[in-house]
Design a protein around this ligand. Structure first.
Ligand SMILES: Nc1ncnc2c1ncn2[C@@H]1O[C@H](COP(=O)(O)OP(=O)(O)OP(=O)(O)O)[C@@H](O)[C@H]1O
Length: 323
């Protein structure tokens, strides 16, 4: 019997998911939801557990703990109920090397209930001029585009994209982002894994950073970077030691090394960061003025997703606001 619950706008519901390979726990209590028309980006270090999470959502693995539901249905227990509604671009595509692009699309169409027509698929993924070329002869980026075409031709309501733009040049990547955002705009719920932070910045409605099987940070891009605060930084002037630097109100000082030189970095966190950053700058400039120091490469900026990612990757969670 098929039981499909309508979960008030939730397409994907992952609760305290755990997944082990033998005695090794690759996913250690992950929770998130994705709504129709929303793109959720799962970022993380190599081996963090992203692919394992996606494969569990696709029904390839039974969770060792917690639960996953897609439209209220258990993808491992009832895969047939979800097959018409879900599709994926996996890391390793399973296409036949000796078929042409058009033959590959036709084969996938034969298996689908209500597929897009071949010309539409070719046009959407800009492979019309490669229709007669065998898959073996496609470039890495073109193969990923074909994979995406095969995924969207079934008109899925949920799309799992596991590193969909790997091997693409910047132009093809941008075109692919447009294809993906068109899917989201049409109401598809998308879970995307990527190592390109810009890809997540451009596409994600919400994102999470995974490390060693756990979601360490999650939220919208602006929530994630706001929680990490602003940075005031400059190259440490010659003959100034870190202990000579002033304390600034609401800011925490650390010393980084950039391009081989020591840098002073003040991190400003808490509510109303922009005002606090502004207030911290005045005493810093006064301090430099009194000593006739010029603060080279002085910058005051919001944290970037890369700052947050690197902190998570380096595991210095003690420094991460909210942890
Ligand atoms: N079939 C398997 N058997 C045993 N261990 C596995 C298996 N598949 C994955 N792992 C391990 O589980 C952990 C999570 O792997 P997973 O592929 O989910 O990570 P990932 O975040 O997708 O990594 P990447 O970004 O490198 O693709 C890794 O330590 C990996 O070595």
């Amino acid at each position: 019997m098929t039981t499909t619950h309508h979960d008030g706008g939730v397409a994907i519901d992952v609760r305290d998911l755990r997944q082990s390979y033998g005695s090794f726990e690759a996913v250690r209590g992950v929770s998130f939801t994705v709504a129709p028309g929303e793109l959720f980006a799962l970022l993380g270090t190599n081996g963090a557990g992203k692919t394992t999470t996606i494969e569990t959502l696709e029904g390839f693995r039974r969770p060792t703990g917690g639960s996953v539901r897609v439209f209220g249905t258990d993808p491992f227990g009832q895969p047939a109920a979800l097959r018409p509604r879900v599709n994926a671009v996996l890391q390793h595509s399973g296409v036949f090397e000796e078929l042409t692009v058009a033959e590959t699309i036709d084969l996938a169409r034969d298996l689908a209930a209500d597929p897009l027509d071949t010309a539409t698929v070719l046009d959407t993924v800009s492979l019309a001029d490669k229709a007669g070329v065998t898959v073996r002869k496609l470039s890495g980026g073109e193969r990923r585009r074909l994979d995406l075409g095969l995924a969207i031709l079934t008109r899925p309501e949920v799309l799992f994209l596991d590193e969909p733009t790997t091997g693409m040049d910047p132009e093809m990547r941008r075109e692919t982002w447009k294809i993906i955002s068109d899917q989201v705009a049409a109401g598809v719920a998308v879970v995307l894994t990527t190592h390109y932070l810009e890809e997540a910045e451009r596409l994600a409605d919400r994102l999470a950073i995974m490390h060693r099987g756990e979601l360490r940070v999650a939220g919208t891009l602006s929530e994630v970077v706001a929680a990490w605060g602003d940075r005031i930084g400059f190259r440490l002037p010659a003959h100034v030691r870190s202990r000579d630097l002033p304390r600034l109100p609401g800011a925490e000082l650390s010393i980084d090394v950039r391009e081989g030189d020591p840098w002073a970095v003040y991190t400003v966190t808490g509510a109303d960061v922009a005002t606090r950053t502004h207030r911290a700058l005045a005493p810093l400039l006064a301090w430099a003025e009194e000593r006739s120091l010029s603060l080279e490469r002085l910058e005051a900026r919001s944290a970037s997703l890369e700052d947050v990612f690197l902190s998570v990757a380096q595991g210095d969670l003690a420094d991460l606001p909210g942890h």
